[in-house]
Design a binder for this molecule. Structure first.
Ligand SMILES: [Fe+2]
Length: 545
């Protein structure tokens, strides 16, 4: 049979127990807590009152809330899903209960004396996986030996699967609240994320291959073959054109995803890439604009819109190095990203710490401290990046909230000014429980929850970066406003929304000061002649569309 291409708008959707997979569903401890504290709670609530869910998802105010988005009643199907999850999750549910029990035990017994006597009281399922600790103020806690959990029955690959379907528009339910039930035109395959068949399938977007062969590799059953074949085409996709200039090219792909290419190196930040060949209301780059090899993927932090498996898995075969922030806290809320990525088939992960750098020819990538945006929880796996090409520098601060400008002044005294600044300004942010709720073993008051947010910088905080680093250009990310991002960001702003007002103010203030500035949306392409710039620092226009 003739060789075929995978259609450019085929989605390879990674699922965990049929829920949209994200990093907290991979690391064993957070995954157990999310099964118990998010998935089963939403499922039970839906089974009890499907009408309430149906009504809630229609209300824009409830966007991103814990409501399943099914137009018709799917109670029987959800009951079947619940049964499947319970059958698979005995161990995970026992593990989640034990975490709550451990917290209780420490609260009751750890009063400042040695913790050694408490080891026999650690729930059996956690024995050998935790060390008991105090902080310097006698607050008891514990840390996980996460690497061992991945090697144990607590890492459950059987819950992973992929769904294959063709996207024709940007409409998708909010993915953290709606599991994927059986639907026509969606093929579910029990394929774990580290399966080489995912790479082989993804390669077929560029290099045609045998449909029969890939069907065999992925274990497609005969009954599904006819549908599977509709995912392929004889038509080659538009070809990617490598950047061959002597400058650098920057392409904005939406959200916090930026591709920097020089003649020799390509760098992709927080990959979130949309598809080609479907109806979208906004022009955008897609995976046809991604090079055949990506030298470095930079991950800024462990939020579901910055580590998007749906993008990362199909790119895995192209990624030569993936740079992540280091974390060795062992804290439940701060799973180690290297272990997580290794477990899903990324074997080329480099951990970077604050102010550490790696060099590749004339390119230097430096880890820069990232503060805030994690509800004041101890989370170390977050890092901003400075990318230097010769002396020309980009600073990607992602969602970092500048709470203490002195930190960035210290950084500036080490790295100097930067030329181009990219920042997110989602300055309202969701409350703590929106993301971390399932990890809490004690109720948090509404007041505390509302005050501890996942918020990025506002105008005042963003301007600290401008004042300190004196960029020549400043770009604000679109903050989840691209239509293909709504299913993951659950944000819909108007001109009056606080993040829009605040970022408009920053853009205006920058322009008043002669800084090229804009809030990005959809796509953007800029070329930088960094050599010319270094020679003539006063030259006005660096960016030429
Ligand atoms: Fe974030």
């Amino acid at each position: 049979m003739e060789k075929m291409y995978l259609k450019p708008n085929v989605v390879i959707e990674p699922l965990f127990d049929r829920w949209y997979a994200w990093s907290h569903l991979i690391s064993p401890a957070t995954s157990a807590m999310n099964i118990a504290g998010r998935h089963l709670k939403i499922i039970d609530s839906y089974i009890q009152s499907p009408k309430m869910h149906e009504a809630a998802v229609k209300s824009p105010k409830m966007l991103g809330g814990p409501f399943m988005d099914y137009k018709t009643e799917r109670v029987e199907d959800v009951k079947v899903l619940r049964k499947d999850i319970l059958e698979k999750s005995d161990t995970a549910l026992a593990f989640a209960a034990a975490i709550a029990e451990l917290d209780e035990m420490l609260k009751a017994n750890a009063k400042g004396s040695s913790l050694e006597v408490l080891y026999p009281k650690v729930p059996d399922i956690l024995k050998g996986y935790v060390e008991l600790l105090y902080d310097l103020n006698n607050q008891p806690s514990y840390r996980f030996f996460e690497a061992l959990l991945y090697k144990s029955k607590h890492y459950n690959k059987n819950s992973q699967s992929i769904a294959l379907w063709i996207t024709n528009n940007d409409e998708r339910p909010f993915c953290l609240s709606t599991p994927r039930l059986d639907e026509p035109n969606v093929l579910h395959l029990p394929v774990p994320f580290d399966h080489p068949g995912i790479d082989q399938l993804s390669r077929m977007k560029r290099t045609p291959g045998s449909v029969a062969e890939i069907a065999k590799v992925l274990g497609v059953e005969d009954k599904d073959r006819a549908f599977f074949e509709t995912l392929f085409t004889e038509t080659a996709h538009p070809a990617y054109k490598k950047y061959e200039g002597s400058k650098a090219r920057m392409r904005y792909f939406g959200h916090a995803c930026i591709l920097i290419e020089t003649e020799n190196v390509s760098i992709l930040t927080d990959p979130v890439i949309s598809y080609y060949g479907y109806e979208s209301s906004v022009e955008h780059y897609s995976d046809i604009d991604i090079p055949d090899e990506i030298d470095y993927v930079l991950i800024t932090h462990n939020h579901q819109d910055h580590i998007l498996f749906e993008t990362l898995l199909p790119l895995r075969h192209k990624i030569k190095n993936i740079i992540v922030p280091t974390s060795s806290t062992g804290a439940l809320q701060d799973p180690n990203l290297k272990l997580m990525l290794n477990s899903i088939g990324f074997n080329n992960v480099i951990e970077l710490r604050d102010m550490e750098e790696i060099t590749h020819g004339n390119v230097t990538i430096t880890g820069i401290p990232f503060t805030g945006e994690h509800s004041d929880l101890c989370v170390n796996s977050k890092l901003c990046f400075r990318v230097g090409i010769d002396n020309f520098t980009f600073l990607f601060v992602a969602d970092s909230r500048v709470m203490e400008p002195a930190l960035y002044r210290h950084i500036q005294s080490v790295i100097g000014d930067i030329d181009v600044l990219f920042l997110g300004m989602e300055c309202d942010g969701a409350p703590l429980t929106w993301l971390y709720g399932p990890l809490l073993t004690q109720k948090i008051s509404r007041e505390h929850d509302q005050s501890r947010r996942l918020a990025g910088s506002d105008f005042e905080r963003g301007m600290h970066l401008v004042n300190i680093f004196h960029p020549k250009e400043a770009y604000v990310y679109a903050m989840g406003q691209e239509p293909w991002l709504e299913f993951i960001s659950s944000l819909r702003y108007t001109a009056e929304s606080h993040p829009i007002v605040q970022s408009d103010m920053l853009v205006k203030e920058c322009i008043n000061r002669g800084i090229i500035a804009e809030r990005l949306y959809g796509e953007k392409e800029l070329f930088y002649n960094y050599e010319g710039y270094v020679r003539t620092p006063s030259s006005e226009l660096l960016a030429v569309k």
